[in-house]
Design a protein around this ligand. Structure first.
Ligand SMILES: Cc1cc2nc3c(=O)[nH]c(=O)nc-3n(C[C@H](O)[C@H](O)[C@H](O)COP(=O)(O)OP(=O)(O)OC[C@H]3O[C@@H](n4cnc5c(N)ncnc54)[C@H](O)[C@@H]3O)c2cc1C
Length: 421
């Protein structure tokens, strides 16, 4: 019927020949806009189906310039649930083993002595999470997609218009290429173009904070422990990084400091030495002296709520469907669970079902809503509690942390929750 199988990795400019031979445009079942972690994972999750998939992205992911010596300063805490999904779709096994770090213990401290401490041992599991570089996963997923027979990649490409009718959806790219499909997936991040085009509403609450990220060499080994401090000047996390050879192994950390904007700018303007010292002090010198490995970067943080994530022929996944504060480190995990649920629904649809049917898509929305709303509220409440300068709150919230640490069942529940996602 069409030529899409022979155009797996369409180079810019190659579209013209496709268009000339098929003035009606290319036919697909699924058009995924956004090939970030969630968009590409969805494409990979549907590899063994007969579905014809288009994947559109403005840019391909890239590893850091001096990889493997250099480490990405964007790293994620991947929950066991997300690792399971990545295993099930065949990607986990291809990640470079010495870039994967098990988190075996987590220590969370308040600003006045409160503490939660839990370990994988407590829960009878091998790890609480994995620390993985964003680009390590993105590049692996992208490589898999490029080998996939049922995917046509349009990259670099930017969508210009989206039209939805009873019969199908039509996506026009800026270079004039026309893609037709039954269902359009918005996996295009928190400022989703697909969401805007579809008229799905969203509320945006900026936290007036930047997530400042940077990697450091540490004097003392981290032993697979992740630390988090709730401080007056934001929430600081030390995530253990895999890196280092021999005796140096276990001597790298990735920092995420969600800090009020002004202070975040100070951090970003600091010299390497000043930043290392500040981060070491803020973390109670837990891992000894620090040495900055590459310049820090800052990302604005906001809470994005999207009440409806589906419309006829459109479904949103990942950050397009929910933006969350990084303090519980769940952003990408929520997105991977979107992928799991939506891929299952699509795979089990009968051939007669129209994938763009709102009734089918509503099942995806219902299956995901509770978890997303719950996690957004809990994260937001924690953030506000610790960001508040109201007198009397500090002892209260620290008491909360300490009680949570001592109260077995609640703690286990929290851990179980963290593990199952
Ligand atoms: C500082 C910080 C720390 C974080 N830490 C964690 C953590 O520890 N754990 C965690 O789980 N999550 C974390 N997150 C959240 C995580 O980054 C996101 O949840 C995740 O990247 C979302 O993936 P996505 O595929 O939905 O969207 P994105 O990664 O945003 O991907 C969107 C893709 O769409 C493409 N695109 C967008 N618009 C267009 C367009 N108009 N045309 C063509 N292509 C387009 C982009 O090029 C991109 O490839 C953190 C976020 C921040 C800011």
């Amino acid at each position: 019927m069409s030529h899409h199988h022979s155009h797996r990795h369409v180079a810019p400019g190659a579209f013209n020949s496709v268009l000339l031979s098929n003035p009606q445009g290319q036919d697909f079942d699924l058009i995924i806009v956004g090939g970030g972690l969630t968009g590409s994972a969805l494409a990979v999750a549907l590899a063994d189906t007969a579905l014809r998939i288009a994947l559109v992205d403005a840019r391909a992911p890239a590893r850091p310039k001096d990889w493997p010596a250099q480490w990405d300063n964007r790293v994620y805490a991947i929950s066991p649930g997300s690792a399971d999904l990545l295993s099930a779709i065949g990607c986990w096994a291809h990640l470079t083993p010495d870039r994967l770090q098990r988190v075996e213990r987590m220590v969370v401290r308040g600003d006045a002595g409160g503490e939660i401490d839990f370990s994988a041992f407590d829960t009878g599991t091998e790890e609480l999470a994995w620390i993985v570089e964003s680009s390590e996963m993105a590049c692996e997923l992208w490589t898999t997609v490029s080998r996939q027979r049922n995917v046509t990649s349009y990259c670099p490409a930017i969508p210009a218009a989206l039209q939805v009718t009873d019969e199908g959806a039509m996506l026009t790219l800026e270079d004039g290429a026309v893609l037709r499909g039954k269902l359009v997936i918005g996996a295009d991040g928190r400022d989703s173009w697909v969401r805007q085009q579809t008229g799905l509403s969203s509320t945006h609450d900026p936290y007036n904070e930047l997530g400042v990220v940077a990697n450091f060499r540490t004097e003392l080994p981290h032993f697979g422990t992740a630390y988090q401090w709730f401080r007056e000047d934001g929430v600081l996390a030390y995530l253990p990084l895999a890196g280092g050879d021999g005796a140096d192994h276990g001597h790298m950390l990735s920092m995420v400091w969600s800090a009020p904007e002004d202070f975040a700018r100070t951090l970003l303007a600091d010299s390497a030495e000043a930043l290392a010292e500040r981060v070491a002090n803020a973390g109670a010198n837990q891992l000894g002296r620090l040495q900055l490995l590459a310049p820090a970067a800052g990302f604005p943080l906001k809470l994005v709520r999207v009440p409806q994530v589906v419309a006829p022929r459109v479904a949103l996944i990942g950050d397009a469907a929910h933006g969350i504060h990084p303090l519980t480190g769940h952003g990408v995990n929520l997105g991977f669970q979107d992928v799991r649920v939506l891929a299952d629904l699509i795979r089990t649809a009968r051939p007669v079902d129209d994938l763009g049917d709102l009734r089918l898509l509503s099942r995806y929305q219902r299956a995901r809503r509770e978890e997303v709303v719950m996690l957004q509220s809990v994260t937001d409440a924690m953030r506000k509690l610790f960001a508040s300068k109201a007198p009397g709150l500090a002892p209260l919230r620290n008491l909360g942390l300490s009680l949570t640490n001592r109260l077995g069942p609640l703690k286990t529940l929290l851990i179980r929750y963290a593990l199952e996602r």
